[in-house]
Write a protein that binds this ligand. Structure first.
Ligand SMILES: [Zn+2]
Length: 552
């Protein structure tokens, strides 16, 4: 990782970055199982008529990127019957959480292996098996953060991205939806000779294992049509559809009525939509929504109660770019996924419902940060200590991360911000990134050194606590405002807008640049003919801070 600390050493940094890029391809910067890179999964799953016993074959194409004679894959619960490497039976040892496979010797710096695993058993997680309210058996993948290992032999970490082909054999009466493009459906017999329908789906872009999913349930398709035409990466338009239980069809298009506009907005702001299609599914996910690449799974309650709104659609759709196409290389950088999805959902609000609705949403996001007493005040957004991955789904990763992007946009300016977002996305799509990759693009686009900004907002807990007192100087006809920060979380550097509201309701604005020294108050004077009716701190909701203003 290269940190461009000062612009005066930029030429040196650029050279060393180029050297590093040649020596270590970005896909090899993998903190987990670094000797191996799975480049493709071909996954065959046989689903039963009832219950949770599955049979599977996983054929992995694996590149060895540094010397090692044993490939270790993650797999919980299920039994392994047979392993072959390049078509020959291979020795393996089954541990409770892994399968260790002995590889034959191969020369070359990056030899490749075809590793096949026959496995099966009763799935307990990762693939959620349950009967719906009408008693029908349903199967939905739900892998985040590392639950794919309950049903997919894999290198189960976001740093290892791969293409995937799904071959799912299911009894008639279920529709199968998975990542990517539907390649074929036809009648087959499964390993036990039973009649089945086989669906083959292929995702041609590299995605992390936590996004590799199938749905197999009595789903009905509601076609949203071709959207985003001229703005997609893989074809001219993005076919979008919604899949629900038959009983929920009357709800549609409901929150998906503007799904095409949502994809179009983000394509315009960030880059072409990255996948073959975009499906939205009523599912059994344990989350409100899960951004599985090209097949978003939503909790079924929102469909059954018909309470779902387009905010969650915008959030999960934004993830197709942030999290799915550009994936955080390691968990402490989760905000690159959730903070972006939070902020881009707010940008959808702005596009759909205007500036005041956007400001209301940003104020709600800020309130969520300021009222959090468990995480925000104790941990930085980039949290290298937390080991419970589910605990990272917190107000730091989502709301604080989202609001930091809002402040970054103000810090560098609208044009530099979106230029940097676009180049960050273009450089890292179908690969991985860490926070410094975003910082590098923001610094390049803005010609600013932003180390202080990223450090104070993302590598320290808390936020500024800002108190302002004001008085009116009738002699000079000025509103005199004194602003101080408490320093409870250390002193911050930030601009804050102050507005003196006159008796006619007109706001007279000025900006004060607070320096990072706690305690000492800074003063600002706003010319005004008569005493103001009131003074507002941060009237446009641009600052993540606890704010208090009093008349002296
Ligand atoms: Zn999210």
């Amino acid at each position: 990782m290269i940190r461009a600390r000062l612009r005066v050493v930029l030429s040196v940094v650029v050279v060393s970055h180029a050297v590093l890029s040649r020596a270590v391809p970005a896909q090899d910067l993998r903190p987990y199982r670094p000797a191996f890179d799975v480049v493709d999964y071909a996954l065959t799953i046989d689903l039963p008529d009832t219950g949770a016993t599955i049979r599977g074959n996983a054929l992995l194409t694996v590149t060895r990127t540094s010397p090692s004679d044993t490939l270790v894959l993650d797999l919980l619960d299920l039994g392994v019957d047979r392993v072959t490497v390049d078509g020959r039976a291979a020795k393996f040892s089954r541990q409770p959480a892994t399968v260790a496979i002995v590889l034959p010797h191969k020369g070359g710096s990056r030899p490749q292996y075809k590793v096949s695993i026959d496995y099966g058993g009763v799935v307990t997680d990762g693939l959620i098996v349950r009967q719906d309210s009408a008693g029908r058996w349903t199967y939905f993948g739900d892998n985040w953060p590392n639950r794919a290992r309950h049903w997919i032999p894999s290198i189960d970490h976001p740093s290892d991205k791969a293409t995937v082909t799904w071959r799912v054999r299911t009894p008639a009466g279920r529709t199968v939806v998975a990542n990517g493009k539907l390649m074929s459906t036809h009648a087959v017999r499964d390993a036990n000779g039973a009649e089945r329908v086989e669906y083959v789906w292929r995702e041609s872009r590299r995605i992390p294992v936590y996004l590799m999913v199938i749905a197999a349930a009595p789903l009905e398709q509601f076609d949203l049509g071709e959207t985003d035409c001229g703005l997609a990466e893989l074809q001219r338009c993005v076919p979008q559809s919604v899949y629900t239980a038959p009983e929920q069809r009357g709800f549609l298009p409901g929150p998906f009525a503007r799904a095409g506009e949502i994809v179009q907005l983000f394509s315009n702001l960030v880059g072409p939509f990255p996948y073959e299609k975009l499906s939205h599914l009523q599912s059994s996910t344990r989350f409100g929504g899960m951004e599985n690449a090209s097949a978003i799974f939503y909790a079924d309650g929102g469909f059954r109660r018909r309470s779902m709104a387009d905010g969650v659609v915008a959030h999960e759709t934004a993830h197709q770019w942030f999290g799915d196409a550009v994936t955080e290389r390691d968990w402490p950088h989760l905000w690159l996924s959730e903070g972006f999805a939070t902020y881009f959902a707010a940008l959808w609000t702005r596009a759909a419902r205007g500036d005041s609705a956007f400001r209301v949403q940003m104020a709600e996001i800020r309130d969520a940060v300021l009222t959090d007493t468990t995480v925000v005040q104790k941990h930085p957004v980039i949290d290298t200590i937390e080991t419970n991955l589910l605990a990272l789904l917190n107000r730091n990763s989502y709301e604080k991360g989202g609001f930091v992007l809002h402040m970054l946009r103000a810090q560098v300016g609208e044009r530099a911000f979106f230029d940097a977002v676009r180049s960050y996305y273009a450089k890292h799509r179908h690969a991985t990134a860490v926070t410094d990759d975003l910082r590098a693009e923001m610094e390049r686009a803005s010609h600013q050194n932003l180390g202080w900004f990223f450090d104070q907002w993302l590598r320290r807990p808390g936020y500024p606590e800002v108190a302002a007192t004001w008085s009116y100087d009738a002699g000079t006809h000025e509103v005199v405002i004194r602003v101080a920060q408490s320093g409870r979380f250390g002193a911050f550097q930030f601009p804050v807008t102050l507005a003196a509201i006159d008796s006619a309701g007109v706001a007279h604005r000025a900006t004060l640049h607070m320096v990072a020294t706690s305690g000492a108050a800074q003063q600002l004077r706003i010319p005004l003919a008569a005493a103001p009716a009131s003074v507002a701190l941060d009237p446009d909701v641009e600052l993540l801070a606890a704010l208090k203003v009093v008349h002296e």
